[in-house]
Design a protein around this ligand. Structure first.
Ligand code: LMR
Length: 333
């Protein structure tokens, strides 16, 4: 009888054991934009490749468009281990105490994508990821979105046009200083709430990439869009450090390979996505898209030139200098 009992127990153990061995490792990847954006496409590509390279030992569940968590909640959820992967905008790390990421928000700090790549693939990119470790976070990759436009229900030619406007921003103190330097009142708001806030007049305007404005239909409630290119939006793909370090080494290697390829894919898609979105916005006839004249551009640069020095104590003079050196942007400031 005892033997029978022991055999049954052993069998039960073997069954659960093998069931456990077969149960996939689940990665919940939460983000706030639609599937049809550079980040959305990158997340889906990572899902496809991660599942393929691990032969199904890893299952990636992608939760787009704030369907699981909004901006601030998602970072808390990652730290608590409720989700395993995110790709927050680089402008959203201040609230968890890593202010140095806000260097990316400084006006005109990135002249082009080549400069961006030098930074993200260079020492600054590495250093910034290093700052995440004490927060229980591991940085995996930098993903592109693109350069920003500004929009409102009035034309925005000169800084004076911003006077009295309430402008939605991401949770970055540099963006706050930027809007104040233009004479506007900044309003921090989760991405998921922006369309409605614009529609109901809770805020007057916003800044974002064409891809983000178009996929959230913001252009339908903003009569004017200006191609200012005053700043950049990109992402840090991050994971819970404990989760990542606890993965079997061979699985981690396969996921790193999947991430490297998904990064290439997302970054390759980003320019076309933004170009296409702008074209769709134009075709819709709902927003008038204009470029800045050289004189207007100079006036924006002049108004915004105070922001870098003003924010140096917060972001860190050292990181700003290093960033400018790597970007090769020093000459433009
Ligand atoms: C925002 O404006 O909040 C965006 O950066 C959202 C995103 O993740 O692109």
């Amino acid at each position: 009888m005892r033997i029978l009992f022991a055999a049954a127990a052993a069998l039960a153990l073997a069954v659960t054991g093998s069931a456990q061995a077969q149960a996939p490792i689940v990665i919940k990847f939460s983000h706030v934009v639609t599937n049809d954006t550079p980040k959305g496409k990158g997340a889906l590509k990572f899902q496809e490749l991660a599942e393929k390279y691990t032969n199904g030992k890893v299952k990636v569940e992608v939760y787009p468009n704030s369907s699981l968590y909004k901006d601030k909640e998602e970072l808390e959820a990652l730290q608590l281990g409720a989700v395993q992967m995110l790709a927050p905008s680089l402008a959203k790390f201040g609230p968890i105490g890593v202010r140095e990421f806000e260097v990316f928000d400084l006006p005109y700090i990135l002249p082009d994508k080549a400069a961006l790549r030098r930074v993200t693939e260079g020492e600054v990119g590495k250093k910034l990821f290093g700052l995440l470790a004490p927060k229980g976070i591991t940085g995996l990759a930098y993903w592109d979105n693109g350069f920003k436009v500004m929009s409102a229900n009035k034309p925005l030619h000169l800084p004076a046009d911003f006077r009295g406007l309430k402008m939605r921003i991401q949770s970055s103190k540099v963006l706050e200083a930027q809007m104040r330097a233009l004479g506007a009142t900044p309003q921090v708001m989760a991405f998921s709430e922006v369309y409605q806030a614009l529609q109901t007049g809770v805020v007057d305007g916003t800044e974002n990439t064409p891809s983000n404005e178009y996929t959230q239909k913001m252009h339908e409630v903003q009569k004017y869009t200006v191609l200012s290119g005053h700043g950049y939006i990109g992402y840090a793909v991050i994971t819970n450090k404990k989760f990542w370090d606890g993965l079997p080494a061979d699985i981690r290697t396969q996921l790193e390979k999947a991430m490297a390829e998904a990064t290439q894919f997302a970054n390759d898609a980003s320019q076309k996505d933004n170009d296409d979105a702008l074209e769709e916005m134009r075709k819709s006839g709902k927003t008038t898209i204009t470029a800045l004249t050289p004189e207007e551009n100079a006036a924006w640069r002049k108004a915004l030139s105070v922001v870098t020095d003003e924010m140096a104590p917060r972001v860190g003079k050292g990181i700003i200098d290093e960033f400018q050196k790597e970007a090769g942007a020093g000459a433009t400031h």
